[in-house]
Ligand binder design. Structure first.
Ligand SMILES: [Mn+2]
Length: 381
């Protein structure tokens, strides 16, 4: 018997049972391309088997933050009891998962983020980084894990065209999530990219036929389209990436792509302004980290700004939007550092935190901001 990612088969069997018994299934995903692609693959797999999807939900990054949110559970509770399958987030949502279970949800987490000090109380947890996971490859994006899940759920009912289309999503999202392009990721990316220019998805067609992209190589096109798909544009509670990758009308797809192109120009301008503001502030500081916040910054822009600053200054960069009582932040760090470990060391200051060694997020009470900053400076000293 070949090894499988821990609990993946268990998750597949539970989903199959729910499909067979016509139980309500909710698919909840992070709003980035990895989460969105994961949701699409699982949704289309369940629909193929005529399962009953009661709702799809993505937390609005700007209004709710990341992960399983209180707002999300409030919105979804009318569907309880149901099977709540959470993709690409949730491993740090200890409190929210307790609430979800009280509301009557059975919770399955499919995750690839770093496991924190303990595991949340979900019914089934799939995360290659959890203890006891014997599967040799650990570097999947969530979408890669969900593709393996889809194979277990659909078995011989995964048609060749569905498989190709899923792999196109796996390729785009694995690259977008900056997972290492090695081993199984490399194989899936190669397969996915081989059919992407002839994708049957109108959204992918519209993206790859864009006039300004025509002279680019395929991989350059993927980077460009990924940055368009990462633009926050929520309608009917659905992020643009989800709408575009599932739209069936070619004209609608082209219109949405146009809109995203316009928004990307505005986004670049705003990121530039944030970076200028930070560089002004830090010009007099000698700290070993960059730790800055503002109530006017859009949370969604802070990851990119932090990434540019961490490359340029070769320091871990913590940027946050300061709200009334608490702050939400985004972190990027140069290779070799691990910001998740730094937050574990300072977790007493934090409400929530999680992510990858070089890209993560946090939530903190404003009165703890200074203490958190000092703790980080000590940690990185
Ligand atoms: Mn991810």
């Amino acid at each position: 018997m070949t090894t499988e990612i821990k609990n993946l088969k268990k998750a597949a069997n539970r989903i199959l049972k729910a499909i067979k018994n016509k139980e309500k299934i909710i698919v909840y995903g992070d709003a980035d391309l990895d989460g969105v692609s994961s949701v699409i693959i699982l949704e289309e797999s369940i629909k193929n088997l005529e399962g009953q999807i009661a709702a799809i939900y993505f937390p609005d990054r700007e209004k709710e933050g990341y992960g399983i949110t209180k707002q999300g559970l409030d919105y979804l509770k009318k569907h309880a009891p149901a099977l709540l399958v959470v993709l690409d987030c949730g491993i740090g949502n200890f409190k929210e998962i307790k609430i979800a279970k009280k509301l009557g949800f059975e919770v399955i987490l499919i995750e690839h983020h770093e496991v924190l000090d303990k595991l949340p109380e979900a019914d089934i947890i799939v995360d290659p980084k959890q203890e006891g996971d014997k599967y040799p490859f650990k570097q999947f994006a969530t979408v890669g894990i969900v593709f393996r899940l889809a194979k277990l759920v659909l078995k011989e009912q995964m048609s060749e065209s569905l498989r190709k289309s899923f792999l196109e999503l796996v390729a785009m999202a694995t690259i977008a999530d900056m997972m290492p392009r090695i081993d199984e990721n490399e194989e899936m990316i190669a397969q996915g990219l081989s059919s992407i220019r002839t994708s049957w998805r109108p959204g992918i067609q519209a993206l790859f036929e864009l006039e300004p992209f025509k002279s680019l190589t395929l991989i350059q096109q993927v980077y460009k389209t990924n940055s368009l798909l990462n633009i926050r544009n929520v309608e009917n509670r659905l992020p643009a990436a989800f709408r575009l990758l599932t739209v069936s009308d070619r004209k609608e797809a082209a219109e949405l792509v146009e809109k995203l192109l316009e928004k990307s120009i505005q986004k670049k301008k705003k990121i530039k302004e944030i970076i200028e503001e930070i560089e002004n502030r830090i010009s007099r500081k000698k700290d070993n980290i960059i730790f800055e916040g503002n109530s006017g910054w859009e949370l969604i822009l802070l990851g990119v700004a932090a990434s540019i600053l961490s490359q340029k200054h070769q320091k871990p960069v913590f940027l946050y939007r300061k709200d009334k009582d608490d702050s939400q932040g985004s972190i990027r760090a140069p290779a070799g550092l691990n910001v998740v470990e730094s937050m574990k060391a300072c977790s007493k200051c934090l409400m929530t935190y999680g992510g990858h060694p070089q890209a993560a997020g946090f939530g903190v009470k404003n009165k703890k901001l200074e203490e958190f900053k000092e703790c980080l400076i000590d940690y990185f000293d």
